[in-house]
Design a protein around this ligand. Structure first.
Ligand code: NAI
Ligand code: MG
Length: 356
């Protein structure tokens, strides 16, 4: 197969980790006889520096015409003084919206040898394997009105939480489809004891559940879910939730495995290319020093193979290669224990390439 991949390196360690993932994808291409071509486009701080715009139109076009998009990360302290709509992060929100990426998938599973890197007890996290499905284009982050105004003689700020039936339906369906090929259990997370949007959410999820008789559905209030993730994370298979709750719970869940440097994500829409990116940010503290752990981005590229290209064996080969380098004991600084040798970004990448 021939696939066109648009790469958005972004800022900080972004360029280092996408370069690593490109190498791994090229190795997959060679091994499995596919032709992957790569086109680079600026986003975030890089795009502000070059084009005074965190998301140039040409970047959006390059993404829309691709089969898959691989993103590093965006954001740099240099731009912290800019208003929200001009900051690097606006590039990220903008591209998600432009590609209609309504579902954010974050798998969380560890590697036995890394359990000690977590702050939680080994017996709590050993064997954790869950997937958070976060609604990405609705809710509080996009609802209108979103403004400052005057109320009763003082300043007031307002954000709006709204969801349409169709928005809930498509994200719920996504969660059930995933559960079908996992352990057939969906936990829908809401705050239906106080929020009207959550009551609609629950109704719609119940309706969608009828299409999937083999999948068990459970509802959980978000505050309880936050607690259960720490108390007993192994009870979860697929968790589906709205934008804000998903943002918070997925960061919480990411810590079950010990390092941000390990976690991939996929954002997908109903048609057009998916966007694949590590969960971590631009890590300005280690940028340009070959210290970045490339595994989250490499695993994200693996998700692209699976969810955008339907290349199941190829995706498995990437997953296996990542597990193999960890088993061998290779460690970047973020996952190295006391006194363990530290590998560079390149050494880690070459090892994965070798296993692929
Ligand atoms: P961060 O994820 O960039 O860094 C947090 C800590 O984890 C740092 O100590 C960093 O060195 C370490 N770290 C992160 N990724 C790593 C990797 N691959 N290998 C080794 N160590 C790693 O989060 P922080 O510091 O809150 O944000 C820094 C910048 O990144 C900000 O401008 C923020 O807005 C942006 N950011 C962007 C995201 C995105 O593009 N999706 C997500 C989160 C933050
Ligand atoms: Mg977040």
């Amino acid at each position: 197969m021939t696939k066109q991949i648009t790469v958005l390196p972004g800022d900080g360690i972004g360029p280092e980790v996408v370069q690593a993932a490109e190498k791994v994808l090229r190795a997959v291409g060679e091994t499995f006889n596919h032709e992957f071509t790569f086109q680079y486009a600026p986003i975030g701080g890089e795009a502000i520096r070059k084009h005074e715009n965190p998301l140039p139109e040409a970047t959006v076009e390059a993404c829309k015409t691709a089969d898959g998009v691989l993103l590093g990360a965006v954001g740099h302290p240099d731009f912290d003084h800019l208003p929200g709509s001009e900051r690097p992060e606006a590039g990220l929100l903008g591209i998600r919206k432009a590609l209609g990426l309504f579902a954010n998938l974050r798998p969380v599973s560890g590697h036995e040898s890394l359990n000690d890197a977590s702050t939680l007890k080994r017996e709590v996290i050993d064997g954790v394997d869950l997937m958070i499905v976060r609604e990405l284009t609705g809710g509080l982050y996009f609802g209108e009105p979103k403004e400052r105004r005057e109320a009763g003689g003082e300043e007031e700020a307002v954000d709006t939480l709204s969801y349409r039936r169709s928005e809930i339906e498509r994200i719920a369906r996504q969660a059930f489809e995933l559960a079908k090929v996992r352990r057939s259990h969906v936990t829908s997370v809401d705050k239906s004891n106080v929020l009207e949007t959550s009551r609609l959410w629950q109704e719609v999820v119940e309706e969608v559940a009828k299409e999937f008789p083999d999948v068990t559905l459970e509802h959980m209030l978000v505050d309880n879910a936050a607690m259960q993730l720490i108390r007993d994370p192994k009870q979860f298979d697929v968790m589906v939730t709205e934008n804000t709750f998903g943002d918070i719970l997925s960061d919480e869940a990411s810590m079950l495995t010990g390092s941000l440097g390990m976690l991939p994500s996929a954002s997908i829409g109903s048609d057009g290319p998916g966007l694949y990116e590590p969960v971590h940010g631009t890590a300005p503290d280690i940028a340009g020093q070959s210290k970045a752990n490339p595994l989250a981005t490499i695993a994200s590229a693996g998700m692209m193979l699976k969810y955008s290209f339907g290349m199941i064996d190829e995706a498995q080969a990437v997953e296996n290669a990542v597990q193999a380098v960890l088993t061998e004991g290779l460690r970047t600084g973020d996952i190295a224990g006391e006194g363990e040798a530290v590998a560079t970004t390149e050494e880690m990448t070459e090892a994965v390439v070798r296993h692929v």
